[in-house]
Design a protein around this ligand. Structure first.
Ligand code: BMA
Length: 774
């Protein structure tokens, strides 16, 4: 057995005490289903689906129709258990806690056969006192209840009035009542995603033992004092003091690069204690601020905090501190009614250009550091500076935000509520309050997060009456809305984090929403706040159809993923646009028809005699259509920054829907299987279907290697629009793609993300241009 024993603090010098020991319960556990007919090993962190797959008991869940075939997994009630010996003398410790960083979702926890607690929120962190039940040899059991069954029970128990929507649209093939459970909302299906309501322990589990006192967590917020023209740092440390007497000592906070060191005296009374420290940085020292990508550096400073307490107890922590200010500016605009809606970073107005982020996989244990880094690096490589972490997914893992800090990606952080109304009974609110307080603490020290937003589209759902609520019943739902997002979530944000703005919803009218009692008649107004805009009927080459809004936080068009992506999860009979598979993977009503309609406005639709060729060409054309539509719309928003036309304009943000995909299916994503659409610009004087003189372009490539990079020297026999270079499943990025080739030769670079060879690339290489289907 591998011991995961971590000595948190070094024993240094005579009389120095180890403050705490931590023993991780990561690794192998046993899993069994409700009636005991299935027993298997499973990894923690992980989930039942992944364990079944790893044992060869199920196929890849994303293959063909397996989302339906494997529905039984999430309808069963599974148990995770483990027996273990603690590799240190447990009786020597005054307090022992079981810490669960993430449990998915509904479970009862037994420790040495004693029930020690329950969980009902995958976004919360749980800590249970096990001092009186822990022994040297222990057993632990998490008895899960299916989140789908739990959600149904909760909805049924809510008898006073319904809380819609009951179920997702049939086309999504999902589960019902997700709004009654604090779990990733899109795990019950979405209009781009499958239904995989996982069960399991999705984050770290450990045992923590300590004497005297323990530092539970610490946070910090840099605050700029305008009048003194100096930076300060507010530090907050939370302690559990288990000593029966007060614990005294001192704290030393140091930021060497800023020549800053400060010492404070400390007296901690027994019990849970919060220590607040205020660090002044001399105004004579130049502090380099953190800037978004494209606007400056992301300078950070190493800080250490050393608590030297009675009895030789030393607790030392270190962190990277970044300094930046953020303001949301809502002020009158000359020549336009309403208010502006834009962000100033370090006092400088910045256009937010980027996209919306969804969970990178249905099974979070498959989301690796490498995947996050590749996706986020692609964001900056494409010259984006912002991602919106959308409210139907998850609060992302720490590494996501650390990378955003490092890369200069601004994060618009939703709280995890989306496209639904929510209950507000006390149990639900208590769970949400714990979740929100915890997430604020966990995330507030990241400079990348520039705004908190209460939910995704719930103000709009309510006020545009998506669920056909009678006008007489509406006040009940407005009251619930205000209770949840204003009286609870907003209150917690204001108390826990003064360093960034909060809005109740997206889209919202900002200050106007507040003035109208927290719900606006039309939350999607062009004159206030942000908008979400989707139109699949109008011609997307006509920029006049787009709203000249203050801030477009969602807009987009669907396309199909590349054939090489689909090939892995389908079989030959699936390879046509009208196959059962193609209909099954499309979760947006009418989506496949909408794509062909939009493509048909400017392109000839593929009609090869070879059905596979037609399928591949159709996929390609949906991507070309999507690229053109998103380009036209994005350029419109960028132009609208400096214009007021018909009293509308001053757009200061364009975040298209959506950056990434959760599985291989049609969606609004333009970054899937690690490919990146090009930012290159060009203008067509007519629809391509009317262009005359286009003839079939023979495009060849000579591939050579230069260090880690591959050079593709292309040559074409004719003008070729939308040249698409494809290297199958070899992950990497082309320096340009989807481009118009008017010149005879062109050199494109390929940056592989994993080691590959020239011959592998030559074998996988495939090039398509519009002339192939004309
Ligand atoms: C918005 C988003 C998502 C959805 C997208 C495309 O409503 O917030 O809920 O996936 O549009 O329909």
């Amino acid at each position: 057995m591998r011991l995961h024993l971590l000595l948190l603090l070094a024993l240094c010098g005579t009389g120095t005490t180890a403050a705490a020991l931590s023993y991780s319960l990561r690794g192998n556990w046993s899993i069994c289903n409700g009636n005991g007919s299935l027993e298997l090993p499973g990894a923690v962190p992980g989930c039942v689906h992944s364990a079944l797959f790893q044992q060869g008991l199920i196929q890849d869940s994303y293959y063909r129709f397996n989302d339906l075939n494997y529905r039984w997994i999430s309808l069963d009630n599974w148990t995770y258990s483990k027996e273990f010996k603690i590799p240190f003398e447990i009786s020597k410790w005054q307090k022992v806690n079981l810490i669960l960083e993430g449990v998915d979702t509904i479970s009862k926890i037994l420790f040495n056969e004693v029930t020690i607690g329950e969980t009902d929120n995958m976004f919360n962190r749980y800590s249970f006192d096990i001092t009186n039940v822990v022994r040297d040899v222990n057993s632990i059991e998490l008895r899960f209840q299916s989140a789908v069954l739990y959600a149904a029970q909760q909805s049924k128990a809510h008898t006073r009035y319904p809380v819609p929507p009951d179920c997702p649209p049939l086309v999504q093939k999902g589960e019902c009542h997700v709004n009654f459970v604090r779990k990733e909302q899109c795990s019950f299906s979405w209009d781009w995603g499958p239904s995989f309501p996982t069960q399991g322990i999705w984050k770290d589990v450990r045992i923590e033992a300590y004497n005297i006192c323990h530092l539970n967590d610490f946070t910090f917020s840099p605050i700029y004092d305008k009048s003194a023209q100096a930076w300060n740092l507010e530090i907050e440390a939370t302690f559990d003091v288990v000593s029966s007497k007060p614990v005294c000592g001192q704290v030393i906070v140091a930021i060497p690069k800023l020549q800053t060191q400060q010492m404070y005296n400390l007296e901690l009374q027994p019990g849970k204690r919060i220590v607040e420290l205020f660090l002044n940085i001399s105004k004579n020292i130049t502090v380099e601020t953190w800037w978004p990508h494209g606007h400056g550096n992301q300078t950070g400073y190493n800080m250490t905090i050393l608590f030297e307490l009675d009895g030789g107890l030393n607790i030392e922590k270190s962190a990277k501190v970044y300094f930046r200010t953020v303001e949301l500016i809502e002020e009158p605009i000359k020549g336009s009614p309403g208010l502006s809606f834009y962000f100033k970073i370090n006092g400088f107005p910045i256009f937010l250009k980027g996209s919306n982020w969804i969970p990178a996989d249905s099974f979070q244990d498959r989301v690796t550091s490498e995947l996050l880094r590749l996706l986020l690096q692609s964001v900056v490589d494409a010259n984006m500076n912002t991602l919106r972490v959308w409210g139907g997914g998850i609060y992302e893992q720490d590494e996501f935000y650390e990378l955003c800090d490092e890369l200069g990606i601004m994060v618009w952080q939703d709280f995890m509520f989306a496209c639904a109304l929510y209950p507000t009974d006390q149990g639900f609110l208590d769970s949400v309050r714990a979740e929100v307080a915890y997430q604020i603490k966990r995330l507030k020290s990241h400079p990348s997060i520039i705004i908190w937003s209460g939910n995704n589209e719930n103000e709009e759902a309510l006020m545009m009456n998506w669920y056909h609520i009678s006008i007489t019943d509406r006040p009940i739902y407005i009251k619930d809305y205000v209770t949840l997002y204003v009286k609870n979530i907003r209150e917690l944000v204001l108390a826990g984090d003064k360093s960034r703005p909060f809005i109740t919803s997206s889209p919202t009218n900002g200050a106007e929403t507040v003035a109208e009692g927290w719900v606006s008649q039309n939350p999607n107004s062009n004159y206030f706040g942000d908008v979400h805009f989707y139109d699949y009927i109008s011609d997307c080459w006509n920029w006049k159809v787009f709203p000249r809004a203050r801030f477009a936080s969602e807009y987009g068009y669907q396309s199909w993923p590349s054939f090489s992506t689909l090939e892995k999860v389908s079989s030959t009979e699936d390879w046509s646009f009208s196959s059962k598979f193609s209909l099954h993977r499309q979760h947006h009503e009418g989506g496949n028809k909408q794509m062909l309609y939009q493509a048909g406005l400017h392109f000839k639709l593929p009609e090869s005699t070879d059905p596979l060729r037609t399928f591949k060409d159709t996929i390609y054309l949906t991507q070309v259509m999507q690229a053109q539509c998103v380009k036209t719309e994005t350029e419109f928003y960028r132009r609208s920054r400096s214009e007021i036309v018909d009293q509308q304009g001053h757009t200061m943000g364009a975040l298209y829907w959506q950056l990434n995909d959760i599985w291989q299916a049609p969606s609004w994503a333009s970054l899937a299987d690690h490919e990146l659409l090009s930012p290159t610009n060009y203008h067509f004087l007519s629809s391509l279907k009317e262009a005359v003189g286009l003839c079939k372009a023979q495009i060849t490539a000579i591939i050579s290697q230069q260090g880690d990079i591959f050079v593709f020297d292309l040559e074409t026999s004719a003008v070729a629009p939308f040249v698409w270079l494809d290297v199958g499943s070899i992950p990497g990025r082309f320096s340009d793609n989807g481009f118009l080739m008017t010149e005879k030769t062109r050199t494109i670079l390929f940056y592989p993300w994993e080691p590959t060879s020239k011959s592998e690339l030559e074998q996988s290489f495939h090039v398509t241009s519009l002339t192939d289907i004309y």
